[in-house]
Design a protein around this ligand. Structure first.
Ligand code: ADP
Ligand code: ZN
Ligand code: MG
Length: 506
């Protein structure tokens, strides 16, 4: 099979995403007042409505409608003041009603879009647009709609392999999740590379986290994504037949699945074959996609208006009340961090993209004067040391991290020492000053003391001094390293390096 770079010389990929997000931050289900609580024992949060018992009547959850309108406003959609619910026929034991309540041609949110800036890794996959000097480019991704629907229950197949239904001796079903509010966002076929798809999904996740409508966990399935993909010859404008990749549950799977599918389609087409409109499943282990089923059509679903729910009208007042709740979104936050605190774009984006990290950063940076160092410590040290732990509940307080940044910027301790101090802060919850004191950690910046050490090293290593003077400039590193060792890592590397260079050149 060709590589994606080879394929992209002749072919252009057309990609559209369908993203499902469970509104996990709500208290109750979409059409009944059963609590949303995924940890509860099976079938303890059910009622006649979410079990689809005869005569039960649904009532839409107002908070869920607020969430979808918030999502629409955050992604520049028009909010439809009148929309309706529909029944989508669907026979499977995880949906006791035998239909899913969803929306029809008009959804709560229509015609939105996001600007997507792609920089760094993968930006070279896109060859038909102008790139800035740093290799980045910006492209607009249209959002067709965001509609409201409900989740199904969960099936557990017992006795087979890997929890699959094939080979199982029986199946269990848990309806706790049945009826959980779900929003589905559908993009226009505007994405052109697997990297754009990944970045779009990341950006969407950051926005949904910022507006607080979901925990957006890809691993746990509260945010999941289907990718639609087709190829066309470069220069042509029509659309080819698409395949749909189901349920890619990580950013990497989304990227790799699309990349594989692009190469597979190119091979089929170049050998004179045809692409069938079908649903495929990506297997991360083998990095292949396999056929799940051929495409259902709208007729298969027999979509029709839900007779038990009146058309839903949204007042201007309701929409404006939701708009007032829009927080500062990640793009605006990132721009502000660059302006206000002088952060580099990449660091600003990283911190602004996660509400808990953004809050921590702002609390630490407020009035500190060492915001750049704080950002640096958070991204390069704290993130790694937390090992995926929650920054909001870790033992390091924002004010303590600001203190640590002061110590580093004031040359009181070295960067290497800061790493150790941070580890101890995380473990004990003590402030950095106490730890530095306790460990007798002072960075030695005293030129006289350091000079004596360097002088001794120069005297002890005449051969290396000679070699340096004959052009082996890399030997500076040897002397700096030895001097650091002699100070037990407490020497100020900047000062040592200056002294070493002076002696070697002298
Ligand atoms: P379907 O009727 O098969 O569900 P839709 O028109 O509803 O298709 O589109 C579903 C998703 O597929 C959308 O994200 C859309 O942008 C995308 N899409 C539509 N046509 C194509 C195509 N030819 N190639 C790639 N993606 C496409
Ligand atoms: Zn219920
Ligand atoms: Mg469709």
């Amino acid at each position: 099979m060709k590589t994606i770079q080879e394929v992209f010389r002749d072919w252009e990929a057309v990609i559209g995403l369908e993203v499902h997000t469970e509104l996990t931050t709500l208290k109750t289900k979409m059409f009944c007042d059963c609590p949303i609580d995924f940890g509860a024992p099976p079938n303890t949060h059910t009622c006649p409505v979410c079990l689809g018992l005869p005569g039960a009547l649904p009532v839409p959850n107002r908070a869920a409608i607020e969430s979808i309108v918030l999502a629409g406003l955050a992604t520049n959609c028009d909010i439809e003041k009148r929309s309706m619910f529909y029944r989508k026929t669907y026979m499977y034991p995880d949906m006791p009603k035998n239909f899913q309540t969803t929306q029809g041609p008009i959804a709560f949110c229509m015609r939105g879009g996001l600007d997507l800036t792609v920089s760094g890794q993968g930006s070279d996959e896109r060859i038909d647009v102008e790139h800035a000097e740093d290799g980045s480019y910006t492209t607009h991704i249209g959002i067709t709609r965001i509609h409201m629907e409900e989740d199904a229950g969960k099936m557990i197949h017992v006795g087979g392999t890997d929890g699959r239904i094939a080979g199982a001796s029986y199946s269990l079903v848990d309806y706790n999740r049945a009826g959980t509010p779900l929003i589905e966002l559908v993009t226009e076929p505007d994405l052109r590379t697997p990297e754009e798809a990944r970045r779009f999904m990341q950006k969407l996740r950051q926005i949904f986290l910022a507006i607080g409508i979901s925990d957006c966990s890809m691993e746990e399935g509260s945010m999941r994504c289907d990718g639609n993909i087709s190829l066309r010859r470069r220069g042509s404008t029509g659309f080819g037949t698409k395949t749909e990749l189901k349920n890619m549950n990580s950013f990497k799977a989304l990227h790799d699945g699309l990349a594989y599918e692009i190469c597979r389609q190119a091979e089929v087409l170049e050998q004179g074959g045809v692409i069938y409109q079908e649903t495929r499943h990506f297997e991360p282990a083998t990095k292949r996609t396999i056929v799940m089923r051929t495409k259902e059509t709208a007729e298969d679903y027999r979509l029709f208006p839900e007779p038990d729910l009146a058309p839903y009208d949204l007042s201007d007042e309701f929409i404006e009340r939701v708009r007032a709740k829009l927080p500062e979104l990640p793009d605006a936050k990132s721009a502000r961090y660059q302006d206000e605190f002088g952060l580099a774009a990449a660091d600003a984006e990283t911190l602004a993209g996660d509400p808990a990290w953004a809050r921590f950063f702002e609390d630490a940076a407020a009035g500190s004067g060492h915001a750049v160092r704080i950002a640096n410590l958070m991204i390069n040290e704290l993130a790694g040391q937390l090992k995926g732990g929650d920054i909001a509940t870790c033992k390091v307080a924002p004010a303590s991290l600001a203190e640590l940044a002061d110590l580093v910027d004031g040359d009181a301790i070295s960067g290497k020492q800061a790493k150790e101090v941070l580890a101890e802060m995380l473990e004990t919850g003590d402030g950095p000053a106490a730890i530095v004191e306790r460990r007798g950690m002072k960075q030695v910046s005293d030129a006289g003391e350091l000079e004596a050490i360097v002088e001794q090293l120069i005297a002890d290593n005449p051969d290396k001094v000679e070699a340096y003077r004959n052009g082996k400039k890399g030997l500076t590193g040897f002397f700096v390293g030895q001097a650091m060792k002699a100070t037990k890592g407490q020497g100020n590397p900047k000062v040592i390096s200056q002294i070493v260079t002076r002696y070697l050149e002298g």
